[in-house]
Design a protein around this ligand. Structure first.
Ligand SMILES: [Zn+2]
Length: 307
């Protein structure tokens, strides 16, 4: 009887010990997670690509908040602290981030690696009020976006060589999805009646070049640049002359100017998303870079009257 009791008590002690060990392991889990490599990105598309490549090996934090415009966002002191705490900062460059040069200066003598993925890929200028500026919107062309993925993966391999193979596998999965997206655009825009689109700001220059259509924008390279009455009159004149039936607007800025022109020339409005940021509501609905690129293709096919 005594032996049996001893056996039961011993069993309880062992179960208790096992439970304790499991709890300790469980408790140590969040700590090991916080020891993950920190990566920061300047705005949504780079965040989307970097977090897919990083998988569970790094924590990726996005600086421009959901629903905000990256062209005019200014990082807070907390953002700067987060960047300094990162091993890698992924920027677009080419003046997309107004704060890009300043942060490069701050990080000059720190171990944080900075890569500007769009800088080497941006090679198209836009003339605004007689001045030529480099167009930073490379992520909207799937072919250039694929090159961005390669550059981001190289950045991750550089700061964390022990997981290089893991990053390469994830990058290749993204690259093949971007190949499919490119193929969908090639096929979807191959037989179209029209050639011209009118957009809110000049974000689709690389996309237009890749698939051979023509972009006319109401604002310039940045959505907050107010167009002059003359500019608005020119866009309306162009729309009338070329019988443009759809005027595009985007979700992060007011559709007012697009609506005014559409009303004036008897056209309708449609969304063409420059994917510079998704709102919390859009993210909660499961929207992402690929769903938005697909719905852009659908609306482009409507506006360009494609078969
Ligand atoms: Zn833009």
């Amino acid at each position: 009887m005594k032996k049996k009791l001893l056996f039961i008590v011993g069993g309880i002690v062992i179960i208790g010990l096992i439970g304790y060990v499991f709890t300790r392991v469980g408790l140590s889990q969040p700590q090991s997670q916080s020891n993950k490599i920190h990566v920061t990105t300047s705005f949504y598309p780079l965040y989307f690509f970097a977090s897919h490549i990083a998988g569970d090996k790094a924590t990726v934090y996005n600086i421009t908040p959901a629903g905000a415009e990256p062209h005019d966002y200014e990082p807070t002191t907390q953002d700067v602290a987060r960047i300094e705490d990162s091993k890698l900062l992924v920027l677009n460059g080419g003046k997309l981030e107004a704060w890009g040069d300043k942060i490069k200066d701050i990080l000059k003598n720190t171990p944080t690696v900075v890569i500007a993925v769009g800088e080497t890929l941006a090679n198209q200028n836009i003339i605004e009020e007689g001045e030529s500026s480099l167009d930073p919107h490379v992520w909207l062309d799937p072919v250039l976006a694929k090159k961005e993925v390669v550059i981001i993966a190289d950045g991750l391999k550089q700061i964390d060589p022990s997981n290089a193979e893991y990053y390469e596998t994830n990058a290749q999965a993204l690259e093949s999805k971007l190949d499919n997206l490119n193929q969908a655009y090639v096929v979807g825009l191959s037989k179209c009646q029209k050639k011209d689109i009118i957009t809110s700001h000049a974000a689709f220059g690389y996309l237009a070049r890749q698939y051979s259509f023509n972009q006319v924008s109401i604002s310039g390279l940045s959505p907050d640049a107010e167009p002059s009455p003359q500019q608005l009159a020119n866009v309306a004149k162009f729309a009338k002359k070329n019988n443009v039936k759809y005027i595009f607007f985007e979700s992060l800025v007011s559709p007012k100017l697009s609506e005014t022109i559409a009303h004036e020339v008897g056209a309708q409005t449609l969304v063409l998303n420059p994917i510079e940021g998704l709102s919390d509501e859009e993210l909660a609905k499961g929207k992402n870079y690929f769903t938005e690129m697909e719905s852009n293709l659908k609306n482009l096919r409507t506006a360009l009257e494609c078969e």
